[in-house]
Design a protein around this ligand. Structure first.
Ligand code: BG6
Length: 475
């Protein structure tokens, strides 16, 4: 089966990883501005005693400059158009509009920047897909308000989301609320902006507050323009039981419920799933430990999302019987090694078949359209003497995942589109490196931020251009 006529081919980025201009136009500091560079960045900030003061004498801060999209967006979007993008997924930096997160009115300079980014996309017939919050909480809300466990954030987010949807909701059809909302199960600092000690009770409360905030955004979209399609966004890592041992099978089922489905169950179905009490009990908690009002639960029920979007890079395996000692790294999570899979240079297990399984599992469960809004291979690229970059390994990875999507379409899954991650090289979220590259477009910057910043087309650029031009017939 071929890809549907209006399949949304594109690419995905996040403000904090590419914009730079961190202090320009009145922008305030965001939590990512305080993330040091380097492979250990997530371990460093996970320490409850980490000092969140931005101190350039101590650390480098690659997100401050990103790839300077702030000054290059016209050129970069023109390159996306040259590839034939039908859509471009990007996020709005909350602290560019509300520098401290608490202001009553949005910063006009920030609004003007995104006016132009959106208009530039539309001039190129590229449909914007906007993530409202992609790991970029205003730092003030993290440090002085304690992040998402604080219910006040619902009010601040509502103001931000209303501003975005009211301003652009007649030009932009697709919005996602929180990037990889479920990743807080492993790493609450980034997605919930929770610094210091983060007991599980706070993580569950933060999720609830984000669910409510997300529902308010859906409510606003319904009011502003009924054409708007609202999506949630989860990190999906298809998970297999390590073997046929029923004990591992049950553990895997529960892992899926807790990690892959919990947030989506609330955001798509509109209510907490039956296993919530079991999940809470794993941490010695009960439903009574959560502050959830009947009004909030009614809001979740009424304003659930229209479609489900997810990132997919890798799969994982569950084993609790001590039958293997081999472990691997992964996208904000590690686990036991699957002997049937190879891994990327960063230890993420490559599994295209797992994407077909993911699409089927998600559609079977939710019966709403699904959108693959991140996928890709972080790899070291080599620039040849003549400046060319041959990234056949990236083409192979993407081709195999597109075949998996084709398979899922054949299975009957309504897949809306495909936006590979980091369509232009950008700063890695987990390691702060530039050398972990995903793009079709190379950016001449190294891990210290040195280089010309010049953009060039990799071999994969022409490949993806052809894929889009043939609507996936020529993979
Ligand atoms: C996802 C995030 O987890 O994976 C992105 O939504 C991130 O922000 C991407 O960049 C790839 O991860 P990394 O750590 O290789 O940049």
């Amino acid at each position: 089966m071929s890809f549907p006529k209006h399949f949304l081919w594109g690419g995905a980025t996040a403000a904090n990883q590419l914009e730079g201009g961190w202090q320009e136009g009145g922008r305030g500091p965001s939590i990512d501005d305080a993330l040091p560079g380097g492979k250990q960045r997530l371990n460093i900030v996970a320490d409850p005693n980490f000092d969140w003061t931005i101190d350039p004498s101590k650390y480098t801060y690659p997100n401050h400059e990103g790839i300077d999209f702030f000054h290059h967006y016209k050129q970069d979007i023109a390159l996306f158009a040259e590839m034939g993008f039908k859509c471009y997924r990007f996020s709005i930096a909350w602290s560019r509009l509300f520098p401290q997160g608490t202001e009553e009115n949005a910063n006009e300079n920030g609004l003007a920047f995104y006016d132009d980014v959106i208009d530039t996309c539309l001039e190129h017939h590229i449909e914007p897909v906007i993530t409202l919050s992609h790991y970029e909480l205003p730092l003030n809300l993290a440090i002085n308000f304690g992040g998402w466990k604080n219910k006040e954030l619902i009010t601040f987010f509502k103001r931000f989301a209303d501003t975005v949807i009211e301003r652009w909701g007649n030009k932009v059809k697709y919005f996602l609320t929180f990037n990889e909302i479920n990743s807080a199960a492993h790493f609450p600092v980034l997605s919930q902006g929770m610094v210091g000690d983060t007991p599980k009770k706070a993580v569950f409360q933060a999720w609830h507050n984000q669910f409510v905030a997300s529902a308010y955004a859906v409510q606003t979209a319904r009011r502003v323009n009924p054409e708007i399609q609202m999506g949630n966004m989860i990190l999906y890592a298809t998970s297999y039981a390590y073997n046929a041992n029923p004990v591992n099978q049950l553990a895997n089922l529960q892992h899926n419920q807790d990690f892959n489905f919990f947030c989506a169950d609330v955001q798509v179905r509109g209510e907490y799933p039956a296993y919530t009490h079991r999940y809470l009990a794993e941490f010695g908690l009960t439903e009574a430990d959560l502050d959830r009002t009947p009004e909030e639960l009614a809001l979740l029920k009424e304003y659930h999302v229209d479609f489900l979007s997810f990132s997919y890079y890798m799969s994982s395996a569950t084993e609790i019987t001590g039958e293997t000692k081999d472990t691997v790294a992964g996208n904000l999570m590690g686990g036991v090694k699957n002997p049937y899979l190879k891994a990327s240079d960063w230890g993420w297990q490559i599994d295209p078949t797992g994407l077909r399984i993911a699409l089927n599992e998600l559609y079977d469960r939710y019966q709403v359209p699904v959108f693959v809004v991140e996928n890709g291979l972080g790899a070291h690229d080599k620039v040849e003497a003549d400046g060319r970059i041959f990234d056949s390994y990236r083409i192979d990875y993407l081709r195999e995942h597109l075949k998996a999507i084709e398979g899922a379409l054949e299975d009957g899954v309504p897949v809306m589109g495909y936006t590979p991650w980091g369509c232009i090289d950008l700063v890695s979220a987990s390691t702060g490196e530039m050398s972990k590259r995903y793009g079709f477009i190379y950016v001449d910057l190294d891990d210290e931020g040195k280089g010309s910043g010049a953009r060039s087309r990799k071999e994969s650029f022409a490949w993806y251009q052809r894929v889009i031009a043939t609507n996936g017939a020529n993979l």
